[in-house]
Design a protein around this ligand. Structure first.
Ligand SMILES: CCCCCCCCCCCCCC(=O)SCCNC(=O)CCNC(=O)[C@H](O)C(C)(C)COP(=O)(O)OP(=O)(O)OC[C@H]1O[C@@H](n2cnc3c(N)ncnc32)[C@H](O)[C@@H]1OP(=O)(O)O
Length: 194
């Protein structure tokens, strides 16, 4: 059973997504957007360390190996961690549209338990775009890209400007990021080349 609301469903008149001409090529790895991101950062010891790859059209794939630190029940992944894996994979879609976007709504179905040690094969795609609203969907399968579905989500991402982070983030992290020219380059690329 799926208890969907209409919030993550594109309204009539929403446009099909357009892959940006400068989007990473299919198969190309999309690097981490922030070293201390729990989803993709290399600087978080117990993080998910998700490495996202551009797919065809406006889609991405990623893999996540469930570790002991990710348990909820004994030997099983925590549902919140699985939702994070879906959220982080969906977040990678911004790189194909070349917009910065944050999760507004994430509607998740947990279909099968995921054991520690399993590799979750994730894929996400944009379904439609309406103004700043990006409607997308994601699936996580156990063991292989065509393995049994364990989790799936419909989501609404909202396009934001870099000021969203500068105005809302804790000052010490924002200052550290702004002092790092590589990080600023990654973030500003989307605004300079819309
Ligand atoms: C410096 C380093 C940068 C690195 C960047 C990398 C970032 C990547 C990170 C990726 C990490 C992984 C991803 C993460 O984890 S992202 C982290 C988790 N997400 C957040 O923290 C977002 C928190 N929320 C907000 O900041 C605001 O609410 C946002 C920005 C989302 C909207 O507030 P804003 O004031 O801007 O806009 P608005 O309120 O006028 O809404 C606009 C439209 O959207 C509709 N709407 C909104 N919410 C919902 C909802 N829940 N259901 C249904 N609809 C919703 C709304 O009705 C309206 O529609 P319409 O009336 O126009 O039809």
């Amino acid at each position: 059973m799926s208890g969907r609301t209409t919030a993550a469903t594109p309204p009539p008149g929403a446009a099909p997504p357009a892959r940006h001409p400068e989007a990473p090529a299919p198969g190309e790895i999309i690097g981490s957007h922030y070293e201390y991101c729990f989803g993709c950062g290399g600087g978080v010891a117990h993080g998910l360390h998700l490495q996202t790859r551009a797919g065809e059209g406006v889609s991405v794939t990623a893999e996540f190996q469930v570790k002991e630190a990710h348990q909820g029940a004994p030997g099983l992944a925590h549902g919140g961690v699985l939702a994070t894996a879906l959220d982080e994979t969906l977040g990678g879609l911004g790189w194909l549209l070349r917009v910065i976007a944050v999760t507004g709504r994430l509607e998740t179905d947990f279909v099968r338990p995921v054991p520690v040690g399993a590799v979750l094969h994730l894929e996400a795609e944009v379904v439609a775009v309406a103004g700043r609203k990006i409607f997308c969907t994601a699936t996580g399968r156990i063991g292989a890209p065509d393995g049994p579905v364990a989790v799936r989500a419909d989501a609404l991402f909202i396009e934001v400007k870099i000021d969203h982070f500068i105005e809302n983030g804790r000052k010490q992290e924002i200052q550290a990021v702004l002092a790092d020219p590589d990080q600023v380059k990654v973030a500003r690329a989307f605004e300079v080349n819309p």
